[in-house]
Structures are given as structure tokens and as C-alpha cells.
Design a protein around this ligand. Structure first.
Ligand code: CTP
Ligand code: MG
Length: 179
């Protein structure tokens, strides 16, 4: 179930808009912190790495990618699969929940990091890699059924993709650190 190719294809498909939202948010190079530089218990609520610009860009990117995927949906070769695939028919609304959910989950991750004393930009292994993915799927689940087998698989494979993508973003200069 979790480790078969069908689950893999379904999970990668559904999470694409969230991946794109999270991956491109750093391009915003935002200046306006979501937490308005406020603190909680002497530490930043979220920190300067979570900005309104990043929130808007991530959400828009999620909506844009999901719209593209929605158009593509009708041309997918469903016939080549031995079992019926549960491919989410993407649209802008689903992209809104996936994209906003990704930025939201990422911000929750920062909230947790600040509470346990990890400074902005410092790594929190696992959390840094899966917070946005869990946020995207959580919000999507409010409007669309989400399979638990996707969540389990993505918890395992997202850190690997995230590491590869971030290392690339680091060398291109989009991100300041490779995590
Ligand atoms: N970014 C942003 N707004 C967001 C998310 C990300 O502006 N909502 C930008 C910031 O410039 C941020 C960069 O993308 O520094 C990288 O994102 P991330 O690694 O998630 O943030 P960090 O700076 O590492 O901060 P944190 O420790 O809170 O994760
Ligand atoms: Mg970071």
C-alpha cells in the first residue's frame, strides 16, 4: 500500500503544488514579518524568515501550479496503470489550500523552532523538511479526502526531496543555507 508505485504516483501528484509553494517562497525575499516582529516569552513568535510576501507568493504559486495540473489532468494516461489511480483533479481552489497550507505549516514549524530556542535560519532536522508538507495535506483534507498512505509515504520521502531541492537552491543562490 504505502510503498507501491501507485501510492507513490498519487502522493507525488497531490503534493506538487505544496512543494512548489514552499520551494519558491524564498524568492519573495520578503521584508514584512508575519509576526510584526513581536515576541512571545522573550523570543520571536515566528521570526524574520516568515514574511507576508512569502505567504502571498507561496499561496499564488500553489494556485498557479494546481491550475496547470488541472488542465493536464485530462491528458493523463490513466489507461497505462494496472489499478485505478486516485489522482486528485487539481484546480485553483485545491491549490489555494495546498499552497496556503504549505506556508502555514512552514510557519508552524518556525513557531515550534522559536519556542524550543532554535534561531531563525538554524536547522531543525525533520521538522524543516516535513512541516510544509503536513500543513498542505492538513488544509487539503478540509476540502478533499486525503489518503493516510500518502501522508506516511511523504513523511518518509519528502526529507530526501527537500534536501536535494534545497541543496540545488543553495548553489543557485535562492537560499542562504542548504536546508
Ligand atoms: N520566506 C519568506 N516568507 C515565508 C517563508 C519563507 O519570506 N513565509 C523566505 C525568507 O527569506 C526565509 C527564506 O524564505 O529566510 C527561507 O525559508 P525558511 O528556510 O523556511 O526560513 P528560515 O529563514 O530558515 O527561518 P526558520 O528558522 O524560521 O525556518
Ligand atoms: Mg531554513
Amino acid at each position: 500500500m504505502v510503498f507501491d508505485v501507485y501510492n507513490f504516483v498519487e502522493a507525488i501528484w497531490v503534493i506538487m503544488p505544496a512543494f512548489a509553494a514552499n520551494g519558491l517562497a524564498p524568492l519573495a525575499r520578503g521584508r514584512y514579518p508575519i509576526d510584526f516582529n513581536r515576541t512571545f516569552g522573550g523570543k520571536p513568535i515566528l521570526g524574520k524568515g516568515k514574511t507576508w510576501e512569502g505567504l502571498f507568493l507561496g499561496t499564488i504559486v500553489g494556485m498557479f501550479i494546481a491550475s496547470l495540473m488541472g488542465a493536464l489532468y485530462y491528458f493523463l494516461p490513466f489507461g497505462i496503470s494496472a489499478v485505478p489511480l486516485y489522482i486528485v483533479p487539481m484546480n485553483m481552489a485545491i491549490g489555494l489550500f495546498l499552497g496556503f497550507g504549505a506556508v502555514f505549516g512552514d510557519a508552524i514549524g518556525s513557531f515550534v523552532k522559536r519556542r524550543i530556542g532554535i534561531k531563525r535560519g538554524r536547522p531543525a532536522p525533520i521538522l524543516d523538511q516535513i512541516d510544509f508538507m503536513l500543513g498542505g495535506l492538513l488544509l487539503l483534507s478540509f476540502i478533499y479526502p486525503v489518503k493516510i498512505s500518502w501522508v506516511i509515504l511523504l513523511v518518509i520521502i519528502t526529507p530526501i526531496f527537500h534536501l536535494i531541492a534545497n541543496t540545488m537552491a543553495y548553489f543557485i543562490g535562492i537560499k542562504g543555507e542548504p536546508y
